[in-house]
Write a protein that binds this ligand. Structure first.
Ligand code: G3D
Length: 202
């Protein structure tokens, strides 16, 4: 009887768990984005003040429960010496969020080169991809119309996966939840190729 009840309890509380990598050059706004996502989508989470957020060095982790699933975010450091660690996480990931600093024209080619290298990796084949043109609150930034063609240039590397380029401001939170909601649908659709890791709540 206990086994039966325990099994039923597990069935009720179990949540499908998925891993989302947050990538991009250093200073793109990855840590700010993760904080904004948690603030927007986690009840009673008030967040860290932007002035207290420091650039990603190593790894920041966050989780969000949304639409009956749990997303585990891994925000990986973007400095060139840390980029070599990214591919250790690819096989485990269910989606990629790639953050671009739209106000930094000097580093856009660098960002695109890093993006191409990442997206060409076999372990990411078919994984949904959300490219975020961040810092849209800065008046002279590149709009999504300018960023999109740059990142779509090597369409063969992107392949047939779900892919979207969206404008956001991690600082103000504009566009943050729309992107995650889009990604959740893609992750669920792709789960027959990359199944969830089931998680039992304590
Ligand atoms: P990283 O984790 O990718 O390295 P951070 O980047 O999240 O640490 O952000 C780097 C800097 O960009 C921070 O400024 C942060 O406030 C700023 N930033 C992040 N997102 C936005 C945005 O949407 N708009 C604007 N205007 N700024 C943003 P500081 O001054 O602390 O270096």
């Amino acid at each position: 009887m206990y086994t039966l009840l325990h099994g039923f309890y597990k069935y009720l509380v179990q949540k499908d768990e998925y891993c989302v990598l947050i990538l991009g050059l250093d200073n793109a706004g990855k840590t700010t984005y993760l904080e904004a996502a948690k603030t927007k989508l986690t009840k009673n989470y008030t967040g860290i003040h932007p002035s207290k957020i420091t650039t990603t060095v190593g790894l920041n982790i966050g989780k969000i429960e949304i639409a009956g699933i749990r997303l585990n975010f891994w925000d990986l450091g973007g400095q060139s010496e840390l980029q070599s660690l990214w591919d250790k996480y690819y096989a485990e990931s269910h989606a990629i969020i790639y953050i671009v600093d739209s106000s930094d024209r000097d580093r856009i080619d660098d960002s695109k080169e890093t993006f191409d290298k990442m997206i060409a990796n076999e372990n990411l084949r078919g994984v949904p991809l959300l490219v975020l043109a961040n810092k849209q609150d800065i008046p002279e930034c590149m709009g999504v119309r300018e960023v999109k063609p740059i990142f779509n240039k090597n369409a063969h590397l992107i392949g047939k996966r779900d892919c979207m380029v969206m404008p956001i401001s991690a600082l103000t939170g504009d566009g943050v939840d729309e992107g995650i909601k889009w990604l959740v649908d893609c992750i669920k659709r792709n789960s027959f190729i990359r199944p969830a890791r089931n998680h039992e709540e304590n």
